[in-house]
Write a protein that binds this ligand. Structure first.
Ligand code: NAP
Length: 315
């Protein structure tokens, strides 16, 4: 099977790339190993994507993007890509035991939650430890939950949890939040939210379920125990870059370097969205990246049309 463009990952970046690529008349396949929509599907309310006066759920927003891409002829393939051949003009993707050829590849694999790597975290995940308030928040009606982190995600998700929990305790390792001011102010005004500053979680205790958090104050080194019913971890994101061999240039944290055309260092391979080294990771920036990447891929394909006729034919 051969496509003009193969898009890896169906979050907002991949979906926007698919809309632009398919609408531009390029045969387009989007590979997604899990759920179309990516990380944003676990966000209850998206209220800063232009065009939606009222908040829209991440799930609904990305479902609309998928329908739009399909209307232009993009094909969605639910398979995990296991290998990607980046050599030469024609790229070869292996997924579900089949090989797919492409004139261009757009990597939109996104990012995933950072783990704390403290004792108890892995064992108690799904037993009171969670990385998704939208998924698990409703289990904590009238309970006490803690959230770790001081960025936009931690504070927004803590506010979301106040819909259910009677108390939400935010534990942050510094005495100042990283989150945008407007988000901070809402949290400071919320009577259900309390803060524990300058503190890290060093262990999660519990037999069959979470029972308490072992906290260390970084200034005083005092150790305290905090009983909780649930614990939500929002300490940043890591790039989903497992597929990218050492030939793609990455920053020290593993995000892909591109230029303003979304080119990676390998001709014909582009990256868009959260996987990219970028100052802002939002739906709006991801979709913008996706559009630019698809436009660049189209130009690349047109410029190399003759060579593709020889090197990248349907097999
Ligand atoms: P983030 O901005 O990187 O914040 C991570 C937070 O976790 C920081 O406060 C950091 O502390 C803390 N942290 C990191 N490692 C830790 C550890 N090992 N133990 C304890 N705390 C730790 O990540 P994010 O909140 O997931 O946001 C990711 C991106 O998405 C950001 O660009 C953000 O702006 C964006 N986002 C935007 C919105 C929105 O605009 N509505 C919503 C969600 C996310 P320090 O502050 O001390 O470094």
């Amino acid at each position: 099977m051969r496509y003009d463009v193969i898009i890896v990952g169906a979050g907002p970046a991949g979906l926007a790339a698919a809309i632009y690529s398919a609408r531009g008349g390029l045969t387009t396949a989007v590979f997604e190993r899990a759920m179309v929509g990516g990380q944003i599907t676990v966000t209850e309310d998206v209220e800063n994507y232009p065009g939606f006066e009222e908040p829209i759920s991440g799930f609904e927003l990305t479902a609309k993007m998928q329908a739009q891409a399909e209307r232009f002829g993009a094909v969605f393939i639910e398979e995990e890509i296991t290998a990607m051949g980046m050599e030469g003009l024609c790229k070869v993707i292996e997924a579900g035991g089949k090989y797919y050829r492409a004139k261009s590849v757009i990597i939109c694999t996104g990012a995933h939650p950072r783990r704390m790597n403290v004792p108890g975290e892995e064992r108690l995940t799904g037993r009171g430890v969670s990385y998704c308030a939208t998924c698990d928040g409703a289990f904590y009606r009238d309970k006490v939950v803690a959230v770790v982190g001081g960025g936009d995600s931690a504070i927004e998700e803590a506010m979301f949890l106040t819909r259910f929990a009677k108390k939400v305790i935010i534990i942050h390792r510094r005495d100042e939040l990283r989150a945008q001011k407007i988000i901070q102010e809402r949290a400071f005004r919320n009577p259900k939210i309390e803060f524990i500053w300058d503190t890290v979680v060093q262990k999660i205790h519990g037999e069959t379920r979470i029972e308490k958090l072992e906290l260390v104050n970084r200034k005083t080194t005092d150790i305290t125990m905090l009983p909780v019913d649930g614990f939500f971890i929002y300490i940043g994101i890591l790039p989903s870059n497992q597929l990218l061999e050492s030939r793609i240039n990455l920053d020290s944290a593993g995000f892909v370097y591109t230029d303003e055309f979304m080119h990676t260092n390998i001709p014909g391979i582009y990256a868009a969205g959260d996987i990219r080294y970028t100052p802002l990771r939002q739906v709006v920036t991801a979709t913008s990246d996706g559009a630019i990447a698809a436009w660049s891929a189209e130009k690349w394909i047109i410029e190399n049309e003759d060579a593709f006729e020889v090197d990248c034919v349907e097999q």
